[in-house]
Design a binder for this molecule. Structure first.
Ligand code: COA
Length: 394
């Protein structure tokens, strides 16, 4: 994708679907996937799914949650889409952003004019201790997992490093939770639709100091999907496509201990640089962004890595209200991983779903007025995988 013309659409999104996020007791992940797919098909009556869709890329992180691998054909079968070729993409919490990337490759290569990309994870039927262990498989085994490190513990180290280097405070982190819970209250599909005060967030129980309950994303069930096509075909399916005009992905060491710097996630910076360059836009052009707020400190780091503010000023950025709806850039209008929830495999495409709603004026109470350009930032593990996409309304 290095030689693309700046700002020229790589692919177009012609439809999108999302299951209700939450504790979806009694359902399998594949049933949630059908919910997402049905919404996408209903939105796009001109699409004949079994005839038009040529390939499907499905992000899912782990077999352990449902004791089920081979996700591609499993979910396609339930969605009535056999015998379309199906692939699973895996990049930990970035698994379905990787599916979007594969979808872009498939369309740009000319092999598949129309593809379905999506993600799914069913988590809440497992005990928190099991979920924590399964998720930790996305960090280094011999030096991190083996020594008892989990994702709350790893992101707590990012938080303490940021506090030490830049003076970021626990209150500033809690403000991210307050904002995202507020946004989540306006999203009927969010897992948690509940306002949280700063006092409540600050006084919640410690999970891995300085991170408290409200600094952590939710353990959630959910599924997501998008239909992508060549820009020149988009109008045959919908009058209101959304174009992906920039895309970047990068990898870093699996272990945090191998890095020189704990206060930035290099993959976010590198993927963003690539995506901005391709799109021909700058951070100041972004109207709405869904960033990977798996912990509140991760959103503060994302502001800096994406260039919304200078390194070290992420705490100030949230404190000044710059990332709320009506601020400089509306961040996580969906409620983010914090309040909408984080069914890990589904998250990357769920972020794109929110941007699709924003850029087609369908975000209802949480609509960002006049939104034209959006961004998604999806991170796998502690930044071993990072994907940034930039979107533009037609
Ligand atoms: C923070 C965490 C450990 C809490 O789990 P827990 O202690 O088992 O909490 P429970 O499921 O027993 O829930 C207890 C209460 O807290 C609420 N709750 C649980 N997690 C919450 C969260 N992250 N934020 C806010 N409230 C939360 C529940 O809704 C429940 O409320 P209720 O009593 O009113 O029903 C868990 O949410 C977690 O591990 N989150 C991080 C997930 C993660 O690491 N994802 C990958 C990131 S890279």
């Amino acid at each position: 994708m290095g030689d693309t013309v700046k700002g020229k659409p790589l692919v177009s999104i012609v439809s999108a679907g999302l299951s209700k996020f939450g504790r979806r007791t009694g359902l399998y992940g594949r049933e949630l996937f059908v919910e997402a797919v049905n919404e996408a098909f209903e939105r796009c009556p001109n699409l004949n799914p079994r005839k038009d869709i040529k390939a499907a890329f499905i992000g899912m992180m782990g077999e352990s949650f449902e004791h089920q691998g081979h996700t591609g054909p499993t979910v396609l079968d339930w969605a009535g889409l056999l015998p379309i070729q199906a692939f699973r993409t895996e990049g930990a919490c970035g698994s379905s952003a990787a599916a979007i990337r594969c979808g872009i490759f498939a369309v740009l290569s000319g092999l598949s004019d129309v593809v379905l990309v999506g993600g799914v994870e069913k988590m809440t039927h497992r005990a928190t201790s099991d979920v924590t262990e399964y998720l930790a498989m996305a960090c280094d085994f011999p030096f991190e997992q083996w020594n008892g490190l989990t994702f709350p513990g790893l992101f707590a180290m990012v938080a303490t490093a940021h506090m030490h280097k830049y003076g970021t405070t626990e209150e500033q982190m809690a403000m991210v939770a307050v904002k995202n819970h507020h946004h989540g209250c306006m999203n009927p599909k969010a897992h948690m639709q509940k306002e949280v005060s700063l006092e409540k967030a600050m006084s919640s129980r410690v999970i891995a100091w300085p991170l408290k309950l409200y600094d952590c994303s939710l353990i959630t069930d959910g599924a997501s999907c998008l239909i992508l096509t060549k820009p020149e075909l988009a109008k045959t399916f919908t009058d209101t496509p959304v174009h992906i005009i920039g895309s970047g992905q990068a990898s870093d060491t699996i272990g945090l201990y191998e890095r020189n710097e704990y206060t930035t996630l290099n993959v976010g910076r590198l993927a963003a640089e690539e995506a901005y360059r391709m799109a021909g836009v700058t951070p100041s052009n972004i109207d709405a962004a869904e960033v990977h707020d798996c912990f509140t400190i991760a959103e503060i780091v994302a502001y800096e890595d994406l260039g919304f503010c200078k390194p070290g000023l992420g705490g100030q950025f949230i404190e000044e209200g710059q990332s709320q709806i009506g601020g400089k850039v509306a961040v996580c209008t969906s409620g983010g991983l914090k309040a909408k929830g984080h069914p890990v495999g589904a998250t990357g495409v769920a972020q794109a779903y929110e941007i699709y709603l924003q850029l087609t004026g369908q975000a209802a109470k949480r609509q960002v007025a006049g939104a034209e350009i959006g961004l998604t930032h999806n991170v796998g593990g502690l930044g071993a995988t990072g994907v940034v996409n930039i979107y533009k309304r037609d």
